[in-house]
Ligand binder design. Structure first.
Ligand SMILES: C[S@@+](CC[C@H](N)C(=O)[O-])C[C@H]1O[C@@H](n2cnc3c(N)ncnc32)[C@H](O)[C@@H]1O
Length: 330
């Protein structure tokens, strides 16, 4: 979409892997920009060999194999059958991946089955984001922070906590918790911890359709608080940020406010470009909504009390304080 400022993979050039070359085309885990290394406490991990700028596509990979959804007891058999059909090198790659349930499910305990993406370890403060591109049928990994040569490339497996199923050794918040004794680190941790608690609470309430209908002003204020915390905690390109922009978009569009809805859709687009790339269906949908917010199914669903045209006059975006006052109706 020409009118939007692209900050994504297509424009970034420091690392040499781009969407143009698919990783599965050569099935190597060491490329000019990244390699596999032993990481203390985590097994193998993926490490950058060059500086990688935010928004760069690090990986674009087809699964080694896929199985249709079925009962858990049948998955083991289906995986075994598919595995037999793969070339020997790929069978070996598959079997070398980490198994979460080695005794019980020797094959299906190996979760995501990608030759390279499956080697990326978790961090509570990740520098990359992984997502499934349903349009191309590939898993993509994008840098969501600038990554320096020698840094481990990490993703967030989930929202952290006990669900991970292993003792997290990442250099993010949880490391501070377990081993840091410095006062500065303790302060950082405290700020980050309370932000994360707030994040979870806010995240649970921002998508509440009842609140959007009854009290859109409050809904928007919750989105504002969440967006601020998300940017502080995870940087500019994260999927939660895109989702929160979508919540704010919905609040506005459901009450007929196309001017603000268009701004939130554009921000959602910008966040998605960074973490998923231009070819992601969700990025493309965000771009379409930014051009035509009224095309959304819930346009004016809760009335038209906030009605504005898409191109209504607004403060200049460079004047951040004034612009945000307008955007969040403060
Ligand atoms: C998808 S695999 C990642 C590659 C794995 N390190 C390997 O050598 O195959 C996931 C497993 O890696 C390990 N792991 C990933 N992130 C970790 C972390 N932050 N701390 C400790 N172990 C981690 C855990 O054993 C986890 O079950």
């Amino acid at each position: 979409m020409a009118s939007l400022v692209s900050k994504g993979a297509a424009d970034k050039g420091t690392a040499n892997t781009t969407g143009a070359r698919h990783e599965d085309d050569n099935k190597v885990t060491t490329t000019p920009d990244k390699t596999v290394k032993e990481i203390p406490g985590k097994g193998r991990g993926l490490v950058a060999r060059v500086d990688i700028a935010t928004g760069t596509r690090i990986l674009c990979e087809k699964p080694l194999l896929t199985v249709q959804p079925m009962a858990p007891s049948e998955v083991e058999r289906a995986v075994a059958a598919k595995l037999k059909l793969l070339p020997k090198t790929e069978q070996r790659q598959f079997l070398s991946l980490h198994n979460h349930y080695p005794g019980r499910y020797p094959l299906s305990g190996i979760g995501g089955v990608y030759a390279t993406a499956s080697l990326i370890n978790h961090s509570c403060v990740p520098n990359a984001h992984h997502s499934w591109n349903r349009g191309t049928g590939r898993e993509t990994v994008h840098a969501i922070r600038d990554i320096s040569a020698g840094d481990e490339i990490t993703i967030a497996y989930d929202r952290g906590g006990p669900l991970l199923g292993f003792q997290c050794e990442c250099a993010g918040g949880c490391l501070f918790t377990s081993s840091s004794s410095s006062a500065a680190a303790a302060l950082l941790l405290q700020a980050s911890d309370s932000r994360r608690l707030r994040l979870r609470r806010l995240d649970d309430s921002t998508g509440d359709a009842g609140l959007m209908a009854r009290n859109p002003g409050k809904s928007l204020r919750l989105c504002r608080a969440l967006l601020r915390d998300l940017a502080d905690e995870f940087g500019p390109g994260n999927a939660l940020l895109a989702r929160t922009c979508y919540d704010a978009f919905q609040v506005c569009v459901a009450h007929g406010d196309l001017a603000r809805a268009a701004v939130f859709a554009r921000r959602m687009y910008e966040a998605r470009v960074v973490c998923e790339g231009e070819d992601s269906p969700d990025t493309q949908r965000a771009a379409a909504l930014a051009s035509d917010p009224a095309g959304h199914a819930i346009f004016k669903a809760f009335g038209s009390a906030w009605q504005t045209p898409r191109d209504a006059v607004r403060p200049p975006e460079q004047d951040e304080a004034r612009f945000n006052k307008w955007l969040f109706q403060e």
